[in-house]
Design a protein around this ligand. Structure first.
Ligand code: AMP
Length: 470
């Protein structure tokens, strides 16, 4: 990017990069240095009224070191060519009150700085407060509760309990796996041996019944948890911390009754942490009944991130969508693309056609076994599977790092789902591409989506592309 283009950058564009996944000034500096010709970059940190500035030329580690020594509220202003580009709070993990063992594990994991939700949620959870976190997947919310929960468990040994003391309720099996993995990442840092188990439906209950006896932290989908309770495999009377993750999705999926039944089984004295991508009416109702004087942590809405995504649409007749999809994958040499379909049947049809055309693809949807879903998702995440075709099951909740491209084979019914779908790409500082294949019959609906999103999408004619041979 040349100087002129940099001059045109809006402060919010850059500020946003910092605030979504605040990996700090060091990374910002490294990235900018790589991609922009910056003549002069100055930073200015304000600490308790005092200002410390530095010329840009040999910044890097020097800046980080100065910030690391710092206490909780360091404001950093970044100037490019004397223009204020961004202002953000920098805060090291070491200022959040976590134990040295966890801090070492965080460093091993390569997290250089807490994300905004972590900055606020971690001290609150350590202080045993209830938390209402309005944040979606990708914000670092999981570590935002996992780390302080582990810290608290470390402070108050739990080996005396024969029942779980921490319960994390999640709406989907995939999210349960993901949350358990984050616990597993940090558990070895603790001196006390603690066990975390994820229990989900769709797989045999027997191994879960056997394993659940010695568990400290239970991650569960509501239906399977109730089955286990009914079979007397687990008691929830020692739960001291409850986490409801993706509460909005849980309510959308109709888990209201199950949730009520589970809450009735928990001791009344406990810490409650509720995370949701949106504060819908339903979620408001639940939080009012559940949370006591909560610390509210609100992170930028998903719609704010849309600017990071390069959106494009093709107006194309329904029968040409298949060839156009294959054309886009082959011509664009797409190595990792998530394709959204409207139904499980459609998703399977798309996969079959891709395979026939020698494009390696697999599906993830509710009609597939849990093993298959898990396997396909893992292969895709690991970069072994270039095309994953999904229904809206995956539109929320699943974090796939650095996904470069999402294709809507069909538009979702709700504009919100469109935003969730394309939100799988363009995370933090990685710009992504979202392409929609829109049939003439879907065009009116696409206009509504654009209006709701507040953004116009460039529409090209797919029928003009020569699709012979695709
Ligand atoms: P989540 O929003 O919890 O699904 O997390 C999104 C991704 O961010 C995960 O891949 C985490 O490993 C990663 N992550 C979480 N916290 C940090 C951090 N402080 N620095 C860097 N990466 C992080």
């Amino acid at each position: 990017m040349n100087q002129k283009a940099l001059g045109r950058m809006r402060a919010s564009e850059v500020g946003h990069t910092c605030s979504t996944e605040s990996y700090g000034l060091l990374k910002l500096w490294q990235d900018w240095n790589r991609t922009h010709e910056i003549l002069s970059l100055k930073w200015l940190a304000c600490r308790g009224g005092a200002r410390v500035g530095s010329p840009a030329t040999q910044q890097g580690l020097a800046i980080r070191d100065r910030l690391d020594q710092n206490a909780r509220t360091t404001k950093v202003a970044v100037f490019v060519n004397r223009r204020l580009i961004t202002l953000f709070h920098a805060m090291p993990f070491s200022s959040l009150g976590l134990s040295p063992a966890l801090l070492a594990a965080i460093e091993r994991e390569g997290y250089s700085e807490p994300t905004p939700i972590q900055q606020e949620a971690i001290p609150a959870v350590i202080g045993k407060k209830d938390v209402l976190g309005i944040a979606k997947t990708g914000s670092g919310k999981t570590a935002g509760y996992v780390l302080p929960i582990l810290h608290n468990l470390q402070q108050a040994p739990v080996s005396q309990y024969r029942e779980p003391t921490v319960l994390v309720l999640v709406p989907t099996r995939e999210l349960a796996d993901q949350v358990q993995q984050v616990f597993q990442t940090f558990l070895p840092a603790l001196s006390e041996r603690l066990v975390c188990l994820a229990v989900v439906g769709g797989v045999s209950i027997n191994p879960q019944m056997q394993a659940i006896g010695k568990v400290n932290i239970l991650v569960a989908t509501p239906g399977r948890l109730l089955e286990l309770v009914e079979k007397n495999a687990v008691r929830l009377s020692s739960i001291a911390t409850l986490v409801l993750d993706e509460a909005d999705k849980m309510l959308n999926l109709g888990f209201r009754e199950e949730l009520k039944r589970i809450l009735a089984l928990l001791p009344p004295q406990r810490q409650n942490l509720l995370f949701s991508a949106t504060l819908s009416e339903d979620v408001s109702l639940i939080q009012k009944g559940l949370l006591k004087n909560p610390q509210v942590v609100k992170i930028a809405a998903e719609t704010d991130e849309i600017d990071l995504i390069h959106q494009l649409a093709y107006l194309v007749s329904e029968e040409k969508k298949g060839p156009l999809l294959r054309y886009l994958i082959k011509q664009g040499n797409l190595k990792q693309v998530l394709v959204f379909a409207s139904s499980t049947l459609k998703a399977d049809g798309i996969v079959n056609k891709l395979l026939k055309n020698r494009i390696h693809a697999a599906a993830v949807h509710s009609k597939l076994s849990q093993e298959t879903r898990r396997f396909n998702l893992q292969e895709f995440k690991a970069g072994q599977l270039p095309v994953l075709v999904a229904t809206d099951l995956l539109a929320r909740g699943i974090d796939i790092e650095f996904l470069p491209c999402v294709i809507n084979y069909e538009l979702p019914r709700s504009p919100k789902d469109y935003i969730h779908r394309i939100g799988r790409t363009g995370r933090a500082e990685n710009p992504g591409e979202a392409i929609s294949l829109v049939s003439p019959a879907e065009m009116d609906h696409f206009q509504v989506i654009q209006k709701k999103m507040g953004k116009r999408v460039k529409i090209l004619s797919g029928d003009l592309i020569d699709l012979q041979g695709y």
